[in-house]
Design a protein around this ligand. Structure first.
Ligand code: HEC
Ligand code: HEC
Ligand code: HEC
Ligand code: HEC
Ligand code: HEC
Ligand code: HEC
Length: 371
């Protein structure tokens, strides 16, 4: 711990000592510090405000600094009788809190539209949309997965990362991004007044259909599939119902197993499909969880090699230090699972091989600590 020097200290030492004393609950020493440095407190508070309000700072970081300033200002008012710094701070803090409440309310509003895994609300350019009188866009991954494997879009049309593709009508007018397909032939157009509302539908009553796959319209899907050269055979579904997993998400593997759909692999007729036909057993270090079997074939069926290698995983057995903590933040398996593919809460779907099981013909991946 920093030792507290009595007397007048520099501004930055003052803040550091004040915080250290607060953390160790030495409030009397804090009061002494406030009294001895009363002349420079208005500047200290001013500096903290300036630091807090630097552009691009996160709300939490900003409030952390403003809270320190506020504690100093309150004690300064109490011990030194000067309330000017506090009066200066109050409206700044109130404005921040109010703006945060508005931000949170906005997020909650759109979260409802995104509750279905892989549904993304797109509204980077919300002001321009409001001006044209259209709602934000709701992009439904699930509906596109019926017609296309992931590799059709990732990564030749879209980087596999939200907000990173600069999606706009300027690009559509050049036939790029969504308009690679939404061109009025393969699918409805982006420049036709009659169809704006099919994409600009987030938060509108018509969005219900995109939020509830259980109300799927098989005839419409079949007609679209036939038009683009994919297949949809709802007669192979018991009572026409989509198979759902325990978390009521669409079970895509069951759909393939039951021979319900055959998506396109590429928009290019001459495309040579490449898959890797092996399985990799992740052997865990602790006894607390079962081992994880990763199926290269199932994954490379849907996803291009270059989507995963080298951006998400080094293509070397045991070459990645995979941790659940990092996965939860969207790295490794978490790049897709929990965002577009089934959720993390489904532990057993990945930790699916008992530790004492003997498996033939799988690659045994050493625990990554042995790297
Ligand atoms: C029809 C095109 C299309 C298909 C097919 C498609 N995606 Fe996407 N994907 C997108 C778009 C569009 C975005 C958002 C890009 C943006 O915001 O700039 C996206 C984003 C993502 C992201 C980033 C999520 C995040 O939070 O950053 C992941 C992961 C993803 N897709 C996985 C998949 C997987 C897995 C499949 C196949 C099961 C798939 N996608 C199929 C169009 C597609
Ligand atoms: C690889 C081709 C492809 C790309 C790329 C693509 N789509 Fe689609 N999309 C389709 C097809 C096919 C349908 C099925 C509807 C139909 O019959 O035309 C569809 C359906 C939709 C639907 C459902 C509409 C409804 O009324 O059922 C929305 C919304 C949508 N797309 C938005 C987007 C957005 C936004 C983008 C870009 C971020 C995008 N799509 C990129 C091919 C594509
Ligand atoms: C295939 C889906 C789709 C269709 C159809 C569509 N849009 Fe868009 N639109 C988008 C996407 C995606 C964006 C970018 C979203 C973002 O800013 O994050 C966008 C953005 C916009 C913007 C913001 C400015 C810009 O260019 O990015 C306006 C305004 C807009 N659309 C109006 C319209 C109008 C009017 C129509 C009908 C003539 C229409 N859109 C049809 C998907 C579509
Ligand atoms: C969904 C992501 C994903 C896709 C798609 C994918 N891989 Fe992998 N790959 C992995 C993971 C995970 C490992 C294991 C890495 C480790 O042990 O740390 C791996 C390991 C490998 C290895 C070393 C182990 C082995 O199998 O010999 C090679 C080589 C490889 N990948 C090649 C490919 C090729 C070629 C493709 C496309 C046909 C492909 N991968 C598609 C995730 C993927
Ligand atoms: C690039 C996207 C992506 C990444 C990265 C990824 N997956 Fe998947 N995974 C998928 C898709 C798509 C499916 C198909 C099922 C679905 O979407 O719900 C799938 C299915 C699975 C399944 C069910 C299939 C089976 O074998 O029974 C398991 C288990 C699985 N993934 C484990 C993993 C593990 C473990 C990792 C990391 C080592 C990983 N996945 C990384 C996209 C991904
Ligand atoms: C998408 C697949 C997937 C899902 C879902 C998943 N895991 Fe994991 N988990 C892995 C992989 C891959 C590893 C790394 C194995 C290794 O190298 O040791 C791992 C490692 C672990 C480890 C040991 C190392 C660490 O990071 O702590 C624990 C404990 C664990 N998982 C618990 C869980 C629990 C609990 C859940 C459910 C809440 C869960 N996992 C869901 C794929 C998954």
């Amino acid at each position: 711990m920093t030792e507290v020097t009595a007397g007048v200290v520099t501004e930055s030492d003052f803040v550091q000592q004040f915080v250290t004393l607060g953390e160790s609950k030495r409030f009397n020493a804090q009061a002494v510090l406030i009294e001895q440095n009363k002349l420079q407190i208005p500047q200290v508070v001013e500096k903290l405000i300036a630091e807090a309000m630097v552009e691009g700072k996160q709300f939490e970081e900003r409030m952390h600094l403003l809270n320190i300033a506020s504690t100093i200002a309150t004690m300064h008012m109490h011990w030194n009788g000067d309330k000017a710094p506090q009066v200066r701070l109050d409206p700044i803090i109130n404005k921040e809190l109010k703006e945060e409440r508005v931000r949170v309310a906005e997020v909650m509003k759109w979260q409802k539209q995104e509750r279905l895994l892989g549904n993304f609300v797109m509204k980077r350019n919300a002001a321009a949309m409001a001006e044209k009188g259209v709602a934000p866009v709701l992009y439904p991954h699930w509906m596109h997965r019926i017609y296309y494997e992931c590799k059709v879009c990732h990564t030749s049309i879209f980087e596999i990362k939200r907000w990173s593709n600069n999606i706009s009508h300027a690009e559509f007018d050049k036939g790029e991004l969504c308009a690679k397909c939404h061109d009025g032939e393969q699918s409805f157009a982006t420049n036709d007044e009659a169809t704006c509302g099919r994409c600009h539908i987030a938060g509108q009553p018509g969005a219900e259909r995109l939020l509830k796959p259980e109300n799927i319209d098989h005839e419409a899907i079949q007609a679209s599939a036939n038009r683009i050269g994919a297949e949809w055979w709802p007669e192979n579904l018991p009572e026409g119902k989509l198979p759902l997993d325990r978390f009521r998400m669409i079970d895509w593997l069951a759909l393939k197993r039951e021979n319900v759909f055959r998506p396109l692999v590429s928009l290019d007729q001459n495309y040579k499909e490449e898959t890797r036909d092996n399985r990799i057993l992740f052997v865990g270090k602790t006894d607390s969880v079962d081992n994880v079997l990763f199926d290269h074939r199932i994954h490379s069926d849907w996803i291009g090699c270059s989507t995963c290698h080298p951006a998400i995983f080094a293509d070397k057995l045991g070459g990645n230090r995979i941790r659940m903590m990092e996965m939860a933040q969207g790295r490794f398996c978490g790049h897709c699972h929990g965002r577009v593919s089934f959720t993390f809460a489904d532990c057993k779907r990945c930790h699916n091989i008992p530790r004492d099981a003997k498996l033939e013909s799988v690659l045994h991946r050493p625990h990554s600590d042995k790297m």
